[in-house]
Design a protein around this ligand. Sequence first.
Ligand SMILES: Nc1ncnc2c1ncn2[C@@H]1O[C@H](COP(=O)(O)OP(=O)(O)OP(=O)(O)O)[C@@H](O)[C@H]1O
Length: 295
Amino acid sequence: MIHIHFIVNPIAGHGNAPLTHEELQSYFIKGVHDLTIKVTEYKAHATALTKASIVEKADIIVACGGDGTINEVATCLIGTDIALGIVPMGSGNGLASNLKIPKNRRKALEIIRNRHAEHIDVGNINGRYFFSNTGVGFDASLIKNYESSEKRTLLGYISACAITFKNIKKNTPLSIGIDGEAPLLNPFIILISNSNEMGYKLSLTPKASLQDGLLDVLIVKKIGRLKMLWLGFLILIRKVHWLKESRSFQTKKISLKCEQSDFFDTQVDGEHNRIDDNHLTISLMEKSLRVLTAK
Ligand SMILES: Nc1ncnc2c1ncn2[C@@H]1O[C@H](COP(=O)(O)OP(=O)(O)OP(=O)(O)O)[C@@H](O)[C@H]1O
């Protein structure tokens, strides 16, 4: 018997297509697959439910939600033999898209039934894992505004983008040193990416790979509002490197030091995360997570 546990976030994406036991059962075989469904009731609940599923000896644990839910489930599976399954039900679905796991539920469940697994790299920021990307600057502020808007849709994302853009001059000046170099004053974005997608098919690091043992870093220096609009356009056409204030490179490890404050506002896999330290160490653990993917 193969024990498959589904951890479902009911508010992910539009939260309007619940996954039922009956629906799931129709894709699996009675007597071969034993299915358990657990529904999250609050932020971080997926972590507790996954830990319980590990104790209950699940063979596969499936995150049904977006990048936030995947992060909570996958974090618990590092260092175990349990494979992560993904049913993309989020708004952006960046990691699933990079792994070519379709939003179509039948096709996503077929991947789980077929049980073809691959190992992917995992990022680490001051002890916290990330699978897609992490960053400071504009994207971290944008995520903070996105979360407070409580509209987890593309429209909510665009509106958070407009608010962040409008408030940019009100931000406290920050200078950030990267790998011991001379600090940059108010860098617009420092994005450290494991995956080549941020969600909604957008990418700031199109060359990133989940299996190359490297992090892809994009640094955009302080820029004016017109340049920000130009950058927005370049993101849409995947040509961020055309912006002369941008720099991209690959590395296994990067450290950031903030001069003025004793904490960093970051985003980790699309969730706002305040880190109470003025030093960030971001590194990569090669092929540390088993994920079910299409062959
Ligand atoms: N019942 C719940 N009520 C409120 N928040 C929840 C609940 N269950 C899970 N969460 C939280 O919802 C947040 C968003 O989840 P998730 O990332 O899966 O969806 P999304 O934001 O719509 O998708 P994406 O990250 O791909 O854009 C996560 O931080 C998760 O912990």
